[in-house]
Structures are given as C-alpha cells and as structure tokens.
Design a protein around this ligand. Structure first.
Ligand code: MN
Length: 356
C-alpha cells in the first residue's frame, strides 16, 4: 500500500508540503484544483504547476481528489454532454502529467454532512460530529449557515461558495428526483468515462456517500454492499473502481468494512482510513484512528487489505483537531491527528507484514 496525504494547494492549506514529506511513509500529495468549477476542463499548465510544487518536495501527484462531477450530469440534463466532454479532457490532461487515480463522488447537492465541526471530546480535543435528530429537524439553509460560520477562513471541499450560491435552485431541480434516476445518470456518466479512463490509464475511484443514507429527501446510492456491487457491474472494468472510505460507510453499523474490503478488494484503488464512534441514538463522532477509540476495528480492516494483496493508495481520512490547531486548520484536516493516524496505520501494517 502506498501512503498519501491530502493537500489543498499553495495558499489554500495551513499545512506545507515540507511538513507532509516529514511524516514517515508518505509518498504523495492528494490534490485537486479547488478553484476550478465543476464541469470545466483542467488546464495542463495548472496541473503541471502542482506537479512541480509536489515533486520539489519529493511527493508524487498520483491521486487526485476530487474532480467534481457537474450537477447537470447527476441530474441528467441535456447540458450534461458538454460537461462530460470536459471531464474526459481533464482525464487526458491529468494522465499526461502522470496521475493514476481519480477520487470523485456522485452525491446530489451536498458532499459530506455534519452538524458540528468542532464537537468537544472528553480529552479536550475536538472533532466533526453528526447529530441525527438535530439533522432531521434542521433546514438545509440553517445547516449551510452553520457549516460556513464554523469553517473559519477556509473553503471546505464539497461546500464551495460557487456551489452554495446556487443551492436553492439546485434543490429545486431535484424535486421529485428518485434513486432510479440517479442510478441511470450515474450509469450514463460511467459509460462515457470509463473507456476513456482505460485509454489514459487512470483508475476512477468513486467515494461513498457520507453519511451513507438519504438526507433532505435527496437520494444517495453509494451507501452499502448491494449498491456498490451494482455500481461496479454497471461498467465491469477495473477502471470503474472505489475509494473505500471506512468512516463514511462505517457510520452505518450494517456496513461491515473488512467484509467489503475482502469482497471488492481488486476494485478498491484508494483507501480512506478513519475511525468513528457510533452512539446508540445514531449520532457519530470522528475519533482518533485507534481501534479502541471508535466503533471500527482498524486492525481488522487493515488485515483485510493485507489479505486481498492491496497495493493501492491509502490516506488517513479526517482527524481530530488537537494541540491547539483548531483555529488554524480546515475542519477535519489538521496536521497532527492525521500524522498520528498514519503512524498507527503503518504500525499495524508493518506488524501484519512481518508476522506473515
Ligand atoms: Mn473519505
């Protein structure tokens, strides 16, 4: 497995590439061009600029997270073809620069959702929290305001200003929208994209829905074992693959992450490792990576990756905010807890490897 670390780009991250390269085991930056709107082609010059920055710090640019899918593609509007065409061009441009895996998602309107970005844990650190009953009683407007107010000076991936400025219209466009429609639009997208990804040697890795259930009446389909199986069969190619996010899928107790790894191992190109503690009332909080601190068995998950011969990319997903970095870092993306997570993941990995 190849360890990588998310980096939001020059001037857009409080963490530097030099700090990232000093975390043991990290080989690459997981990056994106966050200022380019969904649906636009990524210019080669901008891609090469990031490549140069990363390579100067000894990091590769193999994994891109994300190339966002334009809402019209998810909605299946007639305008989708021009955005899909741009997506193909972006794939080509990325492959020329040497990118290998693209993480993306197909969630309507919102990306990930939490109700509190800085919920205090018993040790005085804080982390992102999801309150189920609160979410059921809050309007989408209230939620947006709350996320924006507590995100500090950072734009949060999935909550970009250009997305939020048109969100009322986007919501309206999804009125009466069904899971079936979303499935058929995803299938259309994959059938246009995967053959091109094959041609350019780029593995597509869809990120599951976070959390993996429907919210605000919007359908969400990348949420459980049966749906993942269906998704992979829509285009049966290894280039139509998964980002297996343990924390996203794992916030539903019905999802058994080690089993998913064993079943879909060959199609997992990117592993997000995160622990969450799930409470009986359905709430959950993101915890340290340590198995004991959350509800997921990180050791079992890594064992499953080892058993399927996983040689893809892995990154610590979100972390807590610790050692006073809360006001300086993007929620979920502090330096310290993710670096500690890497040492935990690599510690387990090394032990498993040595024992076999
Ligand atoms: Mn994730």
């Amino acid at each position: 497995m190849k360890m990588v670390f998310r980096w939001f780009g020059e001037g857009n991250d409080n963490i530097s590439l030099d700090q990232i390269r000093q975390i043991p085991g990290v080989e690459g930056a997981v990056w994106s061009l966050h200022d380019i709107s969904a649906g636009a082609e990524w210019p080669c010059s901008r891609i090469l600029e990031v490549k140069k920055q990363c390579e100067e710090s000894g990091l590769n640019i193999d994994v891109v997270e994300s190339v966002n899918v334009h809402e019209d593609i998810k909605l299946g509007l007639s305008t989708r073809d021009k955005y899909i065409d741009n997506y193909r061009k972006t794939l080509k441009n990325l492959s020329k620069a040497g990118a290998k895996v693209i993480c993306y998602n197909f969630m309507p309107v919102f990306d990930w959702i939490r109700t509190d970005l800085h919920k205090k844990l018993s040790d005085g650190s804080n982390a992102m929290f999801y309150d189920k009953s609160e979410l059921e009683n809050i309007s989408s407007d209230e939620l947006i305001n709350r996320i924006l107010e507590s995100s500090g000076n950072f734009t949060i991936p999935g909550w970009e200003p250009e997305r939020l400025s048109v969100i009322k219209n986007t919501f309206k466009a999804y009125e009466g929208f069904t899971e079936e429609k979303l499935w058929s639009n995803l299938e259309y997208f994959l059938k246009c994209i995967i053959s091109v990804a094959e041609e350019y040697g780029i593995k597509m890795a869809i990120h599951p829905d976070d959390p993996p259930w429907s919210l605000f009446g919007l359908p969400r389909i990348v949420s459980n074992r049966n749906n993942i199986k269906k998704l992979l069969s829509l285009v049966d190619s290894e280039y139509n693959g998964l980002t297996l996010c343990s924390g996203s899928l794992g916030s539903n107790k019905e999802n058994n992450i080690p089993e998913l790894v064993r079943e879909f191992g060959k199609r997992i190109h990117f592993a997000h490792i995160r622990n969450v503690r799930i409470y009986d009332n359905g709430n959950f909080i993101e915890t340290s990576h340590r198995t004991k601190d959350g509800s997921l068995d990180i050791y079992e998950i890594l064992k499953a990756y080892y058993e399927v011969g996983f040689d893809g990319y892995v990154r610590p997903d979100h972390g807590r905010h610790i050692w006073g970095e809360e006001t300086r870092c993007r929620p979920g993306y502090g330096l310290y807890d993710r670096a500690l997570g890497i040492m935990y993941i690599l510690g387990i990995w090394d032990a498993i490897t040595r024992n076999k």
